[in-house]
Ligand binder design. Sequence first.
Ligand code: OAD
Length: 241
Amino acid sequence: MDTLNLDEQSRVLVLTGAGVSAESGVPTFRGMNGLWEGNRVEDVASPTGFQADAQLVWRFYSLRREAAARVRPNSGHVALAQLEQRLGERFLLATQNVDGLHARAGSRRMLAIHGELFQSRCERCNVPFADSQTYFAPPMPRCEKCQGAIRPHIVWFGETLDPSHLEQVDAFIEAAGEHLVFLAVGTSGLVYPAAGMVDAARDVGGATWLIDAAPSDDYAARFDHVLRGKSGEILPALFGR
Ligand code: OAD
């Protein structure tokens, strides 16, 4: 296996996707064939889906919350939290996962760029909704401030990412320059802008690593190093002190 050499100046940016949580028992997106109970995921994870059937959308996310609450972080999540402990501000994690497992493993320097399953907000005024329930049955809750509908705090298909998250990622890449080590772990590289981070990392002269059980040739071709296998096995070995 290629060895990851980190020195005093190295800055590590990690992008994770659904594959990191697979060994915890959370199904990946493409693993579900893009379908949930016969509905296309785009139809339940989109603003138009929410307008059309808020009840269906709440059921989908409630089931995902239940599933996420049942599982535990795996050795891949733990290895990333330990690397953060070692590197401090020279580490940043951008995760596409909404399951909260990185935080439960101890990651703190982390941006949940696709949102968080265990948070909700008003769709009109964006005020967070204090909810710990797994399922909202009718009547659906309304925002106390403006009576807007309450929606999951998830970046849906067709929505843009929080610009401050992208700014933080860009700033980290710029500051690191050639000292950047970029790792994409358990992500198919199909969804932008996350899928473009590897190109930004290469542009500043950083080293790029892909760790994935079954990477596509197209995505793998954009990395210097490709490690095929389970992140729960590879990450602890790669970061071994
Ligand atoms: P995908 O389901 O597209 O890809 C998961 C990747 O993980 C695949 O490349 C698998 O080969 C790999 N994989 C599976 N098990 C693994 C393991 N044990 N170890 C390492 N790799 C493994 O998931 P994402 O790339 O995360 O967006 O999907 C990106 C986004 O698409 C999601 O965040 C979601 C979806 O639309 C939103 O919800 C906004």
